[in-house]
Design a protein around this ligand. Structure first.
Ligand SMILES: NC(=O)c1ccc[n+]([C@@H]2O[C@H](COP(=O)([O-])OP(=O)(O)OC[C@H]3O[C@@H](n4cnc5c(N)ncnc54)[C@H](O)[C@@H]3O)[C@@H](O)[C@H]2O)c1
Length: 268
């Protein structure tokens, strides 16, 4: 499947590290041109440079997903530069941890703004460009929007993460509403729901959770593995594989779904 996505133009948000970086590398490996965007431009640039070094096509943009005008501008620029926008991956996300009773308005706003509002702005910016481009003659679609939600988008019982859970349930709700509205324009919208993925975000969460529980980081990691029937911590590449499926023609008739990739931690 080396060139399944050949000629396709994809934007990835939060492409500078973790899951977004893995998604970007996987999209490029499968032939897509990748517009790597991140709040941290240096990290986005590194992703784009690494793709170019391995023979792929990529460029980097600074993007703060909480700013609607920045997402709008990026979608327009990509459409002008490449003549088309085939896919937009709303991956950028943040977390923080605390007991429900200790969460602050700042925790709530930070998580909701990046995870929920950011996915909304990205979806809107991408859709506004996609609706005005011709149907792809092979797929009969105008574009694909893929949201990185979370296991916490379906399983509310996630300790110390009430605000994050709310933001990720919002992403799945947004996915369904957008999929319903945009189907007529032949744009698909789907979510991916990962479990415990080894990234910078997880490193931070391990420390916070260890402090909140009064146990060691290694003990918290063991809790994650015990909660995963397939018996290991998830990799960013595990998540990227599902994104490739959703980006590829194999999923052209799927929309409004929230696909679990979590080693069996949560099944529905
Ligand atoms: N790591 C996990 O266990 C896990 C599990 C389920 C879902 N997720 C989700 O996967 C996505 C990626 O998470 P990750 O683990 O790779 O995190 P990460 O912290 O490793 O990477 C997140 C990236 O997003 C960027 N970012 C942060 N705020 C931004 C903003 N306002 N605008 C643009 N970019 C911004 C960061 O600079 C960083 O490069 C997130 O949506 C996260 O909620 C992660």
């Amino acid at each position: 499947m080396a060139s399944t996505l050949s000629g396709k133009i994809f934007v990835v948000t939060g492409a500078g590290s973790g899951i977004g970086r893995a998604i970007s590398l996987a999209l490029a490996k499968n032939g897509a041109t990748v517009v790597a965007s991140d709040l941290n431009f240096i990290l986005a640039k590194k992703t784009a440079t690494d793709i170019q070094a391995s023979g792929g096509t990529s460029d980097a943009h600074a993007l703060d997903v909480t700013k609607a005008d920045q997402s709008t501008a990026l979608a327009k620029t990509v459409s002008q530069d490449y003549g088309r926008l085939d896919g937009w991956v709303n991956n950028a996300g943040v977390s923080s941890m605390n007991r429900l009773v200790d969460l602050t308005e700042g925790d709530w706003d930070f998580n909701m703004n990046v995870n929920a509002k950011g996915a909304f702005f990205g979806t809107q910016a991408a859709a506004r460009v996609m609706v005005n481009q011709p149907l792809d003659p092979i797929s009969g679609l105008r574009g694909k929007i893929i949201n990185i939600a979370s296991m916490a988008a379906k399983r509310g019982n996630a300790p110390f993460l009430a605000h994050y859970v709310a933001s990720k349930f919002a992403v799945v709700g947004l996915t369904q509403a957008a999929a319903g509205e945009l189907a007529q324009q032949r744009i698909t919208v789907n979510s991916v729901c990962p479990g415990y993925v080894a990234t910078g975000m997880q490193e931070r969460e391990l420390t916070w959770e260890a402090n909140l529980r009064g146990i060691t980081v290694e003990e918290v990691k063991q809790l994650y593995i015990t909660d995963t029937p397939l018996g290991r911590i998830e990799t960013a590449e595990d998540v990227a594989s599902i994104v490739i499926f959703l980006a590829s023609p194999l999923s052209d008739f799927i929309t409004g779904e929230a696909i679990n990739v979590n080693g069996g931690s949560f099944m529905d």
